[in-house]
Design a protein around this ligand. Structure first.
Ligand SMILES: C=CC1=C(C)c2cc3[nH]c(cc4nc(cc5[nH]c(cc1n2)c(C)c5CCC(=O)O)C(CCC(=O)O)=C4C)c(C)c3C=C
Ligand SMILES: [Fe+2]
Ligand SMILES: [Fe+2]
Length: 364
């Protein structure tokens, strides 16, 4: 017989909370080949990530990839690892804390913000469990992927559904599918670029580098590349850039098949070879700095540009836990939590007391 979470009797006195679950991709527990093997085995087994026949992919994954990639990836992670662990996890924790503070100030109803990672720890199930224990009867799920892709956002939805399968009492649930053109997010990006230019000067060209996906996914109807283009265009318009001053490219290619183009590394090499001396690169789709930005862009792609004739390479950090980013996330949450956050604590407490009283009366 299957048993479900919620093992204690319903508590009439408990104050309902609004729960916000921030979700990101995830990261290994340590920068070691063993930890990478565990992490990549979970990540690369996700059918949304590969979309290949399971038997065929299982053979490639276990026969080839998991024998070689963990050691190579561990070396890369070691270059960006901090005293307190993975940058992505550290930054995510800061985002949770700051958003909790801002929403507590701005919402009438009590709110709890938690984090769940699609792969690795803390898992989505653990983040939801934290919200369940806080008596979150309404849960807003916010994958921190501004641009929708089946491989990222779609996969997050799968994991949420899987986790809820174990709950007895399914709360009200809302899911933010994308926010690639949300004004406060565009404003935060434009502001971050302007701040960077004010301190370091402006390059000749600005490259918006987004994580790629296989071309096959786009051809099958994934809107991701279009949403990346729109984010970049809106930011460039806000900055008043001419079409010759900016471009979109896609990084993080994996495997041998074609991914969406142009590729970031090839673009930077071509720019360097054709006389561009100073570039700025921003990874606008990454809401927190991680391996793909700190190692692939700020280390590997920097070298490619400088080795091919470029002279100045500036990586503009992700929005991370910057105030304007947290403000943008708070606005996004407010928009999607409409009708959920308007009861002051005093009203919720009075309702809880009435519930408890009626339950006690009914037992007499
Ligand atoms: C195998 C194919 C992959 C697809 C498709 C893919 C899509 C995708 N990924 C992100 C965001 C991140 N990916 C990160 C790391 C990473 N990505 C892949 C592969 C695919 N991603 C791998 C194998 C790895 C692990 C590192 C490595 O071994 O190279 C990260 C960084 C995580 C960290 O710990 O720092 C992020 C973030 C998106 C948004 C996306 C689809 C749009
Ligand atoms: Fe990468
Ligand atoms: Fe990825």
């Amino acid at each position: 017989m299957k048993s479900y979470l919620n093992t204690t009797a319903f508590d009439h006195q408990a104050i309902p909370q609004l729960g916000i679950l921030l979700i990101n991709l995830g990261t290994p527990d340590e920068a070691t080949p063993q930890a990478l093997r565990r992490y990549l085995a979970e990540f690369l087994a996700d059918p949304r990530i590969t979309e290949l026949p399971r038997w065929f992919w299982w053979f490639i994954l276990h026969g080839i990839i998991l024998r070689t990639r963990p050691a190579k990836s561990a070396k890369k992670y070691q270059q960006i690892w901090t005293a307190t662990g993975s940058p992505l996890l550290n930054i995510s924790q800061q985002q949770v804390e700051k958003l909790q503070t801002v929403l507590t100030q701005q919402f009438q109803s009590p709110v709890t913000v938690a984090m769940g990672m699609r792969y690795g720890n803390p898992s989505i199930a653990a983040g939801l469990e934290q919200l369940r224990k806080a008596n979150a009867q309404r849960i807003l799920c916010l994958p921190l992927y501004p641009q929708y892709s089946s491989a990222s956002t779609g996969s997050t939805f799968d994991a949420l559904s899987q986790a809820f399968k174990t709950w007895r009492w399914i709360p009200d649930v809302r899911f933010i599918s994308h926010y690639h053109d949300f004004p406060a997010y565009i404003h935060a990006l434009a502001n971050s670029i302007q701040q960077h230019w004010a301190t370091h000067g402006q390059g000749e060209k600005l490259l918006f580098s987004f994580h790629g996906i296989p071309q096959r996914f786009f051809s099958a109807g994934d809107p991701y590349p279009c949403e990346c283009q729109k984010t970049a265009r809106l930011v460039a318009e806000k900055l008043g850039l001419a079409d010759t001053q900016w471009q979109v490219a896609f990084q993080s290619r994996f495997g041998r098949e074609a991914w969406i183009q142009p590729y970031t590394d090839e673009t930077l090499i071509q720019w360097a070879k054709t006389g561009t001396k100073r570039v700025d690169v921003i990874c606008a789709g990454f809401t927190a700095d991680c391996l793909e930005t700190l190692e692939e862009i700020d280390i590997e792609n920097r070298q490619l540009f400088l080795n091919n004739g470029g002279q100045v390479f500036h990586y503009i950090p992700a929005l991370n836990a910057e105030d304007l980013h947290i403000q943008a996330l708070a606005e996004l949450v407010k928009q999607h939590a409409q009708g959920w956050s308007d009861k002051p604590l005093s009203v919720l407490q009075a309702e809880a007391r009435q519930r408890a009283q009626r339950a006690a009366d009914a037992q007499k």
